[in-house]
Design a protein around this ligand. Structure first.
Ligand SMILES: Cc1cc2nc3c(=O)[nH]c(=O)nc-3n(C[C@H](O)[C@H](O)[C@H](O)COP(=O)(O)OP(=O)(O)OC[C@H]3O[C@@H](n4cnc5c(N)ncnc54)[C@H](O)[C@@H]3O)c2cc1C
Length: 517
């Protein structure tokens, strides 16, 4: 019998397993897939000479995560690599909105677009340097974040308090309008905010835009050298070097509850893994409460509240192998690793509105990665390993482009990929001619490869305020502790949600250690 069983070897499950093993616990990690990594994996499936990340790629949140930093993953082979520029948007009327590694250079470039915006960028950044550490600590520690919360309060009660409060809770569109005159700087904030599913006119989107743009400015958008999978492999190697064991191809379909306590997990093959101290679940909240725990073991109010759980939108991701670099119409001053494709804030807003209304956008907002630019080991010199993903509704009610129904069969996959390629062509004529291999991952395919990505949801549930902080995953259970003793939710469905920062896993492990004392 082990002290703990962790279900799921995504980054959160692996972080949790590491922290428990470090505390001297005997831990078994049980993973449904035949390989570890969850949504942090890479392979040569698209082209044998190219490494493509199957899901996530850029890890700014890992760069600032106290947990990930504390694990010393460099000792287990993890090396970070950065593109010359972390992130940029090609602009409709020419040129780029680009974050340069030096904030003064970003400011000079924005000033050239619109006088005054360079100074405004530097002000935003200098505020970040003061308040950012408290924000990241508050977000990446268990709720309520007592120490960081007090620190944050001090900054909000100070002379620039009101402006900071607007940044923290305001919509990114109004934050941008207040701070900047030109579209370039506004787009940098707004497109970064769209890594979460909060539309640019919704409360809370300002914080996401500011947070990610400023982390990009301060730390870059790093990628693991050799592929995303190197990050989770380093976590797995650290865990096993401490005596932990990992069992792959073992899908858990039951958490065994005895006298109100989680005591074991059972797999679809009938194998049982017992846990004397805790079970930690890196699975989605709906899977945990809707399937893995027997209904009769759950209080009625939990079942009731789970009905209100809201997923984030679905995703279509396309990976390409190119025989050259992307032929951008306007060459950026520095090549960005992450590229956002959106003509304007209006277009971004329209896209978010269409998704909210259940319609597939006809001009989808694209998040793209130029991976060889970020890490030259990803493909042969002179070529580019590229991906782009875009969001689509969880439940499709229509298509603003008039062609798709949301069946996501191979014909629809092709049509959606062409729509996405069309968007890139507008900024990089000749892009399609450079494609030598392609892989399309539709919402059902993403879910088939990782059960937590339900209909292609990337963040374990919506990031809108109704399901954040103490309301995540549901009111009354906004912590790693669940409705069952010794059972902890360790996935992105728990606070602070999606992204590779390990905080959900770390919160769950700390809670388990605390209660076992
Ligand atoms: C296409 C895409 C792009 C993304 N891009 C980024 C990015 O660039 N940067 C970033 O920071 N984040 C990104 N994300 C989000 C990030 O990858 C996730 O938030 C993160 O992986 C969540 O980690 P997790 O451990 O909670 O879950 P996951 O990574 O989903 O891992 C869950 C694991 O649990 C296993 N599992 C599930 N159910 C069971 C079961 N019943 N029994 C056994 N095992 C089970 C799964 O097989 C999986 O291995 C992206 C996500 C996607 C899908």
């Amino acid at each position: 019998m082990s002290d703990a069983v962790v279900i799921g070897a995504g980054p959160n499950g692996l972080v949790a397993a590491n922290l428990l093993a470090e505390a001297g616990w005997n831990v078994v990690l049980v993973e449904a897939n035949d390989a570890i990594g969850g949504a942090v994996r890479s392979s040569t499936e698209v082209d044998s000479a190219f490494v493509h990340d199957t899901f996530s790629s850029f890890y700014p949140l890992a760069a600032v995560s106290p947990t990930i930093r504390s694990l010393g993953l460099a000792d287990y082979g993890l090396e970070w690599s950065n593109a010359p520029s972390p992130v940029g948007n090609p602009l409709k009327d020419g040129g780029w909105a680009l974050i340069h590694p030096d904030p003064a250079d970003t400011a000079t470039a924005l000033e050239a677009h619109t006088p005054g915006d360079g100074q405004a960028w530097l002000e935003l950044y200098s505020d970040w340097k003061r308040v950012g550490p408290a924000i990241t600590e508050a977000l990446l520690s268990p709720f309520p974040p007592v120490h960081a919360g007090l620190d944050l309060l001090r900054h909000l009660l100070g002379p620039r308090g009101l402006k900071r409060l607007q940044l923290l809770i305001g919509p990114v569109r109004s934050v941008g309008d207040r701070r900047f005159a030109g579209e370039a700087a506004k787009l940098l904030l707004a497109t970064n905010s769209q890594h979460a599913d909060i539309g640019p006119t919704r409360l809370g989107s300002g914080l996401m835009g500011w947070l990610l743009a400023m982390i990009a400015q301060q730390h870059g958008y790093p990628v693991p050298r050799g592929g995303a999978g190197r990050l989770t492999q380093a976590l797995a190697d650290r865990f096993t070097s401490q005596g932990g064991s990992i069992v792959c191809s073992a899908r858990v379909d039951r958490i065994v509850v005895r006298d109100g306590r989680a005591v074991a997990v059972r797999t679809v093959d009938g194998d049982e893994y017992t846990a004397s101290r805790a079970v930690l679940a890196d699975v989605s909240a709906p899977a945990l409460y809707g399937h893995l725990i027997p209904r009769e073991d759950l209080p009625a109010h939990v079942l009731q509240r789970m009905r209100w759980f809201k997923w984030d939108p679905g995703t279509v991701k396309v990976d390409w192998a190119l025989d050259s670099l992307i032929p951008w119409r306007d060459k950026p001053d520095l090549a960005p690793g992450t590229v956002h494709i959106a003509d304007s804030l209006d277009e971004l807003h329209q896209c978010a509105r269409q998704i909210a209304a259940g319609r597939i956008p006809h001009r989808p907002f694209l998040l793209m990665g130029q991976m060889t630019t970020a890490d030259p080991s990803r493909s042969p010199a002179g070529t580019e390993s590229v991906w782009a993903y875009t969001h689509v509704p969880q439940r499709v009610r229509g298509d603003a482009g008039g062609k798709l129904k949301g069946a996501w069969d191979s014909a629809e996959a092709e049509l959606m990929a062409e729509r996405m390629e069309g968007r890139i062509e507008e900024y990089a004529p000749g892009f399609k001619d450079r494609i030598t291999a392609r892989r399309i991952l539709t919402p059902p395919e993403l879910e088939r490869r990782d059960a937590n990505l339900v209909a292609g949801a990337v963040n374990g549930g919506t990031s809108s305020l109704r399901q954040e902080l103490f309301l995540r995953p549901m009111p009354g259970l906004g912590r790693a502790e669940t409705a069952i003793k010794s059972l902890y939710l360790a996935s992105a469905s728990a606070h602070p949600g999606g992204g590779v920062h390990g905080a959900c896993g770390s919160n769950a492990a700390r809670a388990a250690l605390f209660h076992a004392r």
